[in-house]
Write a protein that binds this ligand. Structure first.
Ligand code: GDL
Length: 386
């Protein structure tokens, strides 16, 4: 049976972990019996923007240590390369650069390597129109060629398509030409990264995955963006891991979480996902995990403000009495709770306390000094109606 992958994706914008933080994540993955770490930070210039440049020697040596540490814990590190911003599909020189770069990263001891084509133009570059009938064909042929050329390396290649969520499919028929073309070229058993019905999916079930899973023969590895906050970095999502259907996902090649780049918070999310994989209830495991991470009970009072991205807007208005209750809870979390996890949550708790104060004080002139201290001058003026 094909190997299945459950674990972490360092695949967000705006943050990069240190090697120590990555090791911490490995330890946590091991503790939870999860088995995969996809290395794909959008912020790493050698991964995406400057993909042609080889990694510096120092990086290679750290990455080798990291891969070795993971192997000792039975965790597969999947290094990824994302050349799509500038890759020339008709250039042999670019193809050579790409294989060279892949050789360089897998030489650190990985049995897997991922080629990522997410977040790039959906158009086939003009100079390639003579050679390929579509971007899907160009991607499929590239992957097929790479897997032939890398056959001797006994490495499993993964692929993240440019259309990586149902919502990105523009065709009215619901059938993506890009994906069909890709599926016609891509070799069998290729793990294919897929984020579900949406880029940030509220729910992921068997029926949601059916069409794509059929096209790629049940080789989907779910890239779950539920808790990612790089597209709204002032928010923090801390709700239960819900909306995912276990049997639907279990029929595929795996489930991996792309999160925030705050190491302890990301460990917290992985614990929630692991409980889901064990079949535990989302709500109960959420309460238990909060308690395992020693989050004070005051958090429950304000948890609704840190729910999931898709949580519905509550029709209740914020009345004075409840605002006071929220203020008390957030004050406790800000000033009494001391822990490394609290340090990660502090800016979000602080911003929430600020927002409460603003909504609670319609007469802004009364808190003029406070506003001037908290906001840059132009925004402060706007808030004060000047
Ligand atoms: C994306 C990006 C990812 C980013 C996430 C959330 C994929 C495959 N790619 O589209 O890097 O962190 O959205 O903003 O999800």
């Amino acid at each position: 049976m094909a190997h299945k992958f459950y674990g972490y994706i360092e695949g967000y914008y705006g943050r990069m972990l240190t090697w120590e933080e990555r090791l911490r994540l490995l330890n946590h993955l091991k503790k939870l019996s999860l088995n995969a770490y996809l290395y794909a930070p959008k912020q790493d210039p050698y991964h995406r923007q400057e993909w042609r440049a080889p990694y510096p020697r120092e990086w290679i040596s750290r990455f080798r240590q990291f891969t070795l540490a993971a192997r000792k814990k039975n965790i597969r590190v999947i290094p990824a390369i994302a050349p799509g911003l500038s890759f020339d599909y008709c250039s042999n020189a670019d193809y050579k650069k790409l294989t060279g770069k892949i050789q360089q990263i897998i030489s650190c001891g990985s049995r897997d390597c991922a080629l990522l084509m997410d977040d790039i133009s959906e158009e086939l570059p003009k100079n390639c129109v003579k050679y390929f009938t579509s971007l899907g064909r160009a991607h499929g042929k590239l992957v097929a060629r790479l897997s032939l050329d890398l056959a001797g390396e006994s490495v499993t290649l993964w692929f993240c398509p440019t259309i990586y969520a149902n919502s990105l499919i523009k065709e009215k028929s619901g059938i993506s030409r890009y994906l069909v073309d890709l599926s016609l070229e891509i070799p069998n058993n290729f793990p294919l990264l897929w984020t579900g019905p949406n880029i940030v999916s509220k729910s992921i079930s068997g029926p949601d995955l059916k069409t794509i899973a059929e096209l790629f023969k049940d080789n989907l590895v779910i890239w779950d963006n539920l808790y990612a906050n790089d597209y709204c970095p002032s928010r923090l999502f801390l709700g239960p891991f819900k909306g995912r259907n276990r049997s639907g996902i279990n029929g595929q090649r795996g489930l991996m979480l792309n999160t925030t780049g705050m190491p302890l918070t990301d460990c917290f999310y992985l614990s929630l996902m692991a409980a889901f994989l064990r079949g535990e209830s989302a709500r109960q495991s959420w309460r238990k995990t909060l308690s395992d991470f020693k989050v004070p009970k005051e958090f429950f009072t304000i948890a609704a403000f840190f729910g999931l991205p898709s949580d519905a807007v509550n029709s209740k208005r914020l009345d004075r009495k409840s605002v006071r209750k929220f203020q008390k809870a957030v004050d406790y979390l800000l000033w009494q709770w001391k822990s490394p996890l609290q340090c990660e949550w502090y800016p979000f708790l602080f911003a929430f306390a600020n927002d409460l104060k603003l909504v609670q004080t319609p007469d802004r002139a009364r808190i003029r000094g406070w506003i001037v201290k908290k906001y840059p001058p132009l925004l402060a003026n706007a808030l004060l109606g000047q």
